[in-house]
Ligand binder design. Structure first.
Ligand code: LMR
Length: 316
């Protein structure tokens, strides 16, 4: 993901075409030489927006003064592994990186956790970086959101840019709930509900949901590696909308600290529909939740409650 995301950032896909950037890249000691090779490539690509590159294996140096931290580091899931299998390896990495961010990052740093288990890693990061406001610590479910848009666009044979307002609720895992009840497609005759256009509730309530839930595993099976370019691109989308704002009339999905909205217990990092303005996200309120959806929202919350206690037992 790191190799895929750095050229995207350097080309302005994350912070806009007019925003110069200084990239800080962190890797583990055995990868120091290859990390330096990436730095060489970034120089060779002569990106006009790229004003500096720091390539380091020192987490303190990597975090120094950063305004945006995209946490892609972690032990990746391999074929046949469940997300819980990577839990113990990754929560301890997040505990260490939280302390480095707390000590070195800009006071208003915006943090996006990508590595799995993303929601729970973000929660651990928040616990061990108490001076970073909880509003500034998020996790990636934009990848799932984009996957849902992609599936609807393929099904209806419409451009993905014309589909909007799907929602990913909950955990970035196979219990997530991709919800199309409020999603629409822009057509020549105006905006139409996805449910009306697909006209196949059976597909929307079964195959569509499982395809999005299982997409990460399907990519691992096909590539023998976990998703990288789609994760990198979605991470850019997440930060861009957070910093520069969501388009009028549409929302995106972000894993954020629950304030109790939609009956989700506070103290979990849970994916909600959000709009962003002036660098702040807010949860979209007042959406109608039917009984089918209620069960799905609660099931994914329950998994997060279990992950949270498993993470704490790993750290003890
Ligand atoms: C993904 O969704 O592609 C990644 O989170 C990989 C995984 O482990 O599911």
């Amino acid at each position: 993901i790191g190799y895929a995301i750095v050229p995207m950032i350097a080309r302005g896909a994350m912070l806009g075409p007019d925003q110069p950037v200084i990239l800080h890249m962190l890797d583990i000691e055995p990868a120091a030489e290859s990390l330096n090779g990436v730095k060489m490539e970034l120089i060779d690509a002569a990106f006009p927006l790229l004003k500096g590159v720091v390539a380091t294996t020192d987490v303190q140096e990597a975090c120094k003064g950063v305004n945006v931290a995209v946490m892609v580091g972690g032990f990746p899931r391999k074929e046949g592994m469940e997300r819980k299998d990577v839990m113990s390896k990754n929560v301890s990495i997040y505990k260490a990186q939280a302390s480095a961010l707390e000590k070195n990052a800009a006071a208003d740093v915006k943090v996006l956790v990508v590595a799995n288990p993303a929601n729970t890693n973000a929660l651990i990061l928040k616990e061990f970086a108490p001076s970073i406001p909880e509003k500034n610590i998020t996790c990636l479910t934009r990848l799932d959101h984009n996957r849902a848009l992609g599936q609807i666009s393929e099904k209806l044979n419409v451009h993905v840019g014309d589909v909007k307002n799907v929602i990913i609720w909950g955990n970035h895992s196979s219990t997530q709930y991709p919800d199309v009840n409020h999603a629409t497609v822009t057509t020549s005759g105006g905006e139409k509900p996805v449910r009306e256009l697909v006209a196949n509730d059976q597909w929307l309530n079964t195959e569509f949901i499982t395809t999005v839930q299982q997409r990460g595993a399907a990519i691992i099976k096909a590539r023998k590696l976990s998703s990288a370019l789609s994760a990198a691109s979605s991470a850019c989308d997440h930060i861009r909308d957070w910093v520069l704002g969501t388009p009028k009339g549409s929302w995106v999905s972000m894993g954020v600290y629950s304030d109790g909205s939609y009956g989700i217990q506070p103290g979990l990092v849970y994916s909600f529909p959000v709009t962003c303005e002036k660098g702040q996200w807010s949860i979209v309120q007042g959406l109608k939740i039917d009984e089918f959806s209620r069960g799905k929202l609660d099931a994914t919350a329950q998994e997060l409650i279990e992950e949270k206690s498993l993470a704490h037992s790993c750290l003890n």
